[in-house]
Design a protein. Structure first.
Length: 139
């Protein structure tokens, strides 16, 4: 029997909001299901050699799912959309430190190509030559 224990880890940083410093808190580790849901909606791997990423959707989903405390409504994408671009980008910079898309794309691609180091090791071939079988030389 397995037990799943969830430990919320909240990170925080400050932003300038209406002339004063305000704290932004966000969850820095989403569940596997939440992260997979975000990625499945924002990354198109129909051609694995040319992944298509919907960056606006990825950024919006992260803010909606991770923010826990802010001087604006959290969990409400309509409220987040109405933020000034400078504020939204400042909040994104803080949150994206924990959720760089490149890290998750690498993990997803690993599902397709496997462990690159292991693959390279398996692909290395060793050639050897048999010692001469001409017999022994006599003096």
């Amino acid at each position: 029997m397995y037990h799943v224990y969830t430990l919320l880890v909240i990170q925080s940083f400050k932003i300038k909001w209406e002339g004063r410093k305000e704290i932004i808190e966000y969850e820095d580790d989403l569940t596997f299901g939440e992260l997979e849901s975000i990625l499945s909606k924002t990354v198109d791997l129909s051609d694995v050699t040319k992944p298509k990423v919907n960056l606006p959707e990825y950024r919006q989903a992260l803010l909606t799912r991770t923010l826990r405390k802010a001087p604006f409504p959290v969990g409400d994408f309509e409220a987040i959309k109405k933020l000034k671009s400078s504020i939204a980008n400042e909040v994104l910079r803080g949150v994206l430190r924990s959720f760089p898309l490149s890290k998750f794309l690498e993990q997803w691609m690993g599902s397709f190509i496997g462990d690159e180091i292991k693959l390279k090791t398996e692909q290395i071939t060793t050639t050897s030559s048999q010692t001469s079988s001409a017999g022994q030389k006599k003096k």
